[in-house]
Structures are given as structure tokens and as C-alpha cells.
Write a protein that binds this ligand. Sequence first.
Ligand SMILES: C[S@@+](CC[C@H](N)C(=O)[O-])C[C@H]1O[C@@H](n2cnc3c(N)ncnc32)[C@H](O)[C@@H]1O
Length: 267
Amino acid sequence: MSDHYDNSGVDRLYAEVWGENIHYGVYPTGDESIEDATWIAKRTMAEAVGLKPGMTVLEVGCGYGATARYLAETFGVDVVATNISEVQLKRCRERDQPTTGGKLRFEYADFHDLPYEDGTFDVWWCQESLVHSAEKEKVLAEAFRVLKPGGRVVISDHIFWVDKLTPAERTAVEARYHMSKLSSPDDYKAHLAAVGFDLVDHRDWQVHAAMHRAKVLQRLESKMDEFARVIDPETLSVNHHSWAEWARMAAEGKLSFDFFLAEKPRG
Ligand SMILES: C[S@@+](CC[C@H](N)C(=O)[O-])C[C@H]1O[C@@H](n2cnc3c(N)ncnc32)[C@H](O)[C@@H]1O
């Protein structure tokens, strides 16, 4: 699934519209900028999971590395941030180590098959990356394996309300994610339980997904002339169309952005 982001036109769109965070924001008032809302989402997740200095965090699907850096600097945790996109990993490694807080390392790792020992981490962090897997239970079983007893998974993910999608919408979403099975919040809860986690918290952040999708579409459309000079017309048109569709589906309550917190039993 790294091919989508490794296309240079798509990479540029995300970098210039979404910024360094390729995930939804949380908008307590609705007046927040895209940037402020994405930092609020991270802070909300970090506080919910209970990060403390010295903890070890594994981030999977780390995008451009902004979350990993924020967690290390702000909460003093040691972060191993992983990805299968070499383009994004290169960008992550171009920046210096944080000067305060915990240690930060960027590594290639597929979240289906992690190259880490059992019981290594206190927290497994995943922001809008699990959506890319057709084998979510396998990914969560790997999370369970690499966590210490009492360790926690914290997830925010792009969720589709499968029952509400028209056949055409379903086909479009499946094509975008290269998979024939989409998951609803109940599926995530079932996968977490099946691999042994105890669910601690679930929040439906649909209202935030709708706001975020509207704001990124608006920003994309305000820069179309600029992008047309540097991105090939087909990439631009395909992405514009799908971002508009995603904004419409979010406004209609067909897609969301949900938060899950779960714990590995202490034994
Ligand atoms: C929507 S982006 C989110 C990036 C980042 N978490 C953020 O919030 O800014 C999805 C990320 O998942 C990564 N990804 C997709 N499939 C993956 C896999 N099998 N293993 C690890 N990372 C994966 C992509 O390369 C990308 O960095």
C-alpha cells in the first residue's frame, strides 16, 4: 500500500494540503485550522493512553514522522516509528533527533509482521494506518505480541459504515484501498477482543471526520491552479474526485474516524 503515497504527485498533495500529519483532526469548536486540529487529535490520544516518560512506544504507519517526534519531545517516551513507505521514511530521517525528551528511531517494518521481540513495548500507536490492511486481526495480533502485559494499543482510524454505502461507493472505496473487505467500528472491537485485548475506550469521531474532509477539500480546491503546474493532470483529477467523494460521504455520515483504546491483560 506504499505505492499510493510514494507516487510523487500524491506525496506532494498530501504534504501541501494535509501538512506533516496525514490524519484527521479533532475540532472542539469547529473553528480550528487543519493543523491545530491534528495536534489536538494526537494530544487527546496521548493523554488517553497515559504516556509517561521512559515508556517505549511503537508507532506503525508513521507517515512523515510528525507524531513520533511530538510524542518523544512532549511526553519523554522512546519511540520506534515504522513504515513501509521508503519515500516517507527518507523524509522522516532528514530531520535531526529531538533535542529534548525521549529517543526517536525510524525503521522499515510492515505492521503485519513486526521485526520485534515479544513483550517489547508499552504502547502500540496507530493513526489512520490500519485502514490500509485487509487483515486487521493479524495486525492486531502482532500488536498484542510485541506489547508488554498491561501494554496498550491506541488507534484512530478511517472507518467506513459499510451498510450505508451504495454499491458504487463501496466499489470506489475498495478500489482506493485495494481490498474487498471494509470494516465498521464493531469489526474493530471484535478483532481487538479476538486477539485478547480488553477494550478500554471507543469514541465515534464522525463529526470531526466530516469537518476535516470538508476543510482539506476546500484547501485542495483553493490550490488547484498551483497544483496543475506541477502535478500530472490525471493524478490531480483522480485525487480531486476522490477527495470530493470522501467529503460528501463524511458529510452524509458514511465514513468516520473512530478512536479505540485497548489493553493487553496483565496475565
Ligand atoms: C494515512 S497515512 C497515516 C500516516 C501517519 N500515521 C499520520 O497520521 O500522519 C497511512 C500510513 O500507513 C502506512 N502503511 C500502509 N500500509 C502499511 C503496512 N503494511 N505497514 C506499515 N505501514 C503501512 C503508509 O505508508 C502511511 O504512512
